[in-house]
Ligand binder design. Structure first.
Ligand SMILES: Cc1cc2nc3c(=O)[nH]c(=O)nc-3n(C[C@H](O)[C@H](O)[C@H](O)COP(=O)(O)O)c2cc1C
Ligand code: SF4
Length: 652
């Protein structure tokens, strides 16, 4: 069924064992800029499970093009990285995998403040994303950077890795030379496409001897800038042919967009509900004009999608990068005929959010990315106490699953008639449907382990204490509470949770107050807009969804603003009367009256459902409380806390 995907392929001097690779990404596990224990174990785990090729995160080769100043990302500026490369290559190659280093220069895509020095780029064009104006490189500086890439390639070779990928996408330096959006030069490196590709071709010619004929040299290129005035597919076809004609390149890895553009950085790795196989049309068009192997990435999350891309000839290898953050064992599960067991990547982009915050990568629903990169190991004891979990939301499901996987017998009691808690309500909204897999995957896994949720079970503390003498896990969640707003009762007040339960009950013109600063007010707005309501989202912050990651916020704004939803930042609700809501500007105090409001949705307070938890506090039983009943937080926090609490109950 996944035959084409599992076929070996020749990439330059190497024969790779299948068509699945993990494209460059920075997991944030480096030690002082070099691969350390955690970094190596992250990639070893994925190689051991069968991934053919992995590529390190973008690694700066020169201070003028750092990707970050955090020591948790690799830097290839001097020989101190070589021992780490050696351990990394030993580990990955020892598992039959192939490991490349992605070499990078961030050009003008980052803020100079973050870098702590001016960034270098072909031209001093302001980044629409960061506002940064880079320093225009002189001819001598161009040579200095090429020398830096050559030296870095030599270190990759000395460290025993299988090759390099030159990052010529995302507005990074070689891409910045290629793109008319970033390159305004009038010398031999600017103007015509032939001139704009000069830097990249010189870079390839210089790096090949340094990495050697016996290693891979690949290039990551955009198929298009996806912006008027930028690179188009026809330009990139010409670039691809020129690269092939050098005879020095082993593969082309196709992606899209340009990080120096306002929305470019958000759209090449978008969150759900972005579709799947996002850039395979571009890779197919590159493949049509070269005979080099062509690789592609972009929300290929299920092996069936990957198989279809290979079988249709749109690319020769597929990246399943976020998919492997969610489940490192994808290839093993495919080969064992257990594709159904793959923990699905749902496009929540918690992973990217963590990296933008400078933290190690995390996954919304894989609690093992950091700790062990695998599922929980069965406990060593055969005599484990039974576990009763109360609540079948994300925390309860995870607690039940971890306990069952570790060998406990498990009962899972749920007050309502379905599992998933508030997440299940969210998934009723079109843009959030994919998140249902977080619940459904757990339910399927529990089913295989013989654990079936018992619905409509409202239990008291006494009943729980009488069930048996095992461990009790409280995962009773939280409930939304509307804030009291002074008014005459002429406007119906509700919460996003109540609304999502049955949006049809709330008709007419709606005002949504966003105080959670995340997605919930926006999800409520989408639900109401979808049934034709006129919707305004108000916040006293400078923007709605203020804390959302760029990759989530940009598509969410796009969706909502284009479906008629209005945003009103910097305003607080003062009162309502006769169906009109009075708003006050938080800075000027100026009052605005919004007439004819039928519904006021208040995304304000979540109250923990902790009555049972408190009632059990004095008992002599082992009780663990996890998720929102402890303090209302994210699905990610609930799942991680649940997995950890169970893992700590008994030794592995
Ligand atoms: C946490 C994270 C860090 C990333 N860092 C890099 C990077 O350093 N260089 C790069 O070329 N792409 C980077 N990417 C982009 C991925 O290579 C890939 O293009 C993207 O995740 C889309 O593929 P996917 O849908 O299979 O995840 C990163 C992705 C993630 C999730
Ligand atoms: S956080 Fe979401 S997008 Fe990122 S790896 Fe996990 S499931 Fe995939």
């Amino acid at each position: 069924m996944h035959n084409r995907l599992l076929e070996p392929i020749e990439i330059g001097p190497r024969r790779l064992r299948n068509r699945i690779f993990i494209s460059a990404h920075v997991p944030g596990f480096a030690d002082q800029g070099a691969p350390g224990k955690r970094y190596i174990s992250y990639h070893r785990q994925r190689a051991a499970a069968g991934v053919a090729m992995q590529i390190t995160g973008g690694t700066a080769v020169h201070r003028s093009g750092l990707l970050t100043t955090a020591p948790s990302a690799l830097v290839n500026l001097d020989d101190t990285i070589i021992p780490g490369y050696q351990s990394l290559s030993d580990a990955v190659q020892g598992e039959g995998g192939t490991m490349l280093a992605q070499l990078a220069h961030s050009a003008g895509t980052l803020s100079a403040e973050l870098l702590g020095q001016p960034s270098w780029a072909p031209s001093p064009v302001r980044s629409a994303l960061t506002g940064n104006v880079p320093h225009e490189m002189s001819s001598a500086e161009i040579l200095e950077i090429i020398d830096a890439f050559v030296a870095a390639s030599g270190r990759v070779r000395a460290g025993g890795l299988d090759g390099i990928e030159l990052l010529s996408a995302f507005g990074f330096l070689p891409h910045a030379f290629l793109s008319p959006l970033n390159n305004r030069r009038t010398d031999g490196y600017g103007g015509s496409l032939k001139n704009r590709m000069r830097f990249l071709l010189e870079l390839v010619e210089a790096c090949r001897p340094a990495i050697g004929e016996d290693r891979i040299l690949g290039i990551r290129i955009p198929g298009s800038d996806m912006t008027p005035g930028g690179l188009e597919i026809s330009d990139m076809q010409a670039v691809a042919q020129a690269l092939e004609n050098t005879g020095q390149v082993d593969y082309l890895n196709v992606i899209a967009y340009n990080n120096s553009l306002r929305f470019g950085r958000a759209l090449h790795w978008p969150a759900t509900p972005a579709g799947h196989e996002l850039f395979t049309e571009l890779s197919a068009q590159i493949k049509a004009v070269v005979s080099l192997p062509v690789l592609v990435a972009g929300r290929i999350t299920h092996p069936d999608q990957a198989e279809a891309v290979i079988a249709s000839g749109q690319a020769d290898m597929v990246a399943m990068t976020r998919a492997h953050i969610t489940d490192p064992e994808i290839v093993r599960k495919i080969t064992e005929g257990r594709a159904d067991d793959i923990r699905p990547c749902v496009g929540a982009n918690t992973c990217i959010r963590a990296r933008f915050q400078g933290r190690p990568v995390r996954c919304m629903h894989n609690p093992y990315v950091i700790s062990r990169n695998t599922d929980p190991t069965p406990a060593s004891s055969n005599d484990l106490p039974p576990v009763t979990v109360v609540g079948a939301g994300p925390a309860g499901l995870e607690a039940a699953l971890t306990a069952a996987q570790r060998g406990h017998s498990v009962r899972l009691l749920e007050r309502s008639g379905e599992y998933g808690g508030q997440l299940r309500l969210w998934c009723r909204v079109e843009s959030q449907k994919e998140l249902a897999a977080v619940i459904d995957w757990r339910v399927r896994q529990l089913d295989k382990l013989g654990v079936h949720p018992e619905f409509n079970q409202t239990v008291t503390a006494d009943q729980l204490l009488n069930i048996d003498d095992g461990i009790i896990v409280m995962a009773t969640g939280a409930e939304a509470v509307a804030d009291a707003i002074p008014g005459d009762g002429s406007v119906v007040q509700t919460t996003p949770v109540e609304l999502l339960n049955d949006p049809g009950l709330f008709t007419g013109r709606a005002l949504i107050r966003d105080q959670g600063r995340g997605l919930s007010a926006l999800v409520a707005a989408e639900a109401l807009a979808a049934q034709g309501s006129n919707v305004i989202v108000v916040t006293d912050e400078p923007a709605v969804g203020l804390d959302l990651d760029l990759t989530v916020r940009v598509p969410a704004y796009d969706r909502l603003l284009n479906s008629g939803v209005e945003f009103l930042p910097n305003h607080k609700i003062a009162a309502f009367e006769d169906g009109a809501v009075k708003l006050q500007h938080v800075f000027t105090g100026q009052q605005t009256v919004l007439p004819s409001i039928d519904v006021l949705v208040d995304d304000h307070i979540m109250r923990p459902c902790d009555d049972l938890m408190k009632a059990l506090a004095g008992s002599d039983r082992i009780v663990r409380s996890v998720g929102d009943c402890v303090a209302p937080r994210t699905v990610e926090a609930a799942i991680h806390e649940a997995a950890q609490a169970i893992a700590q109950l008994t030794p592995a």
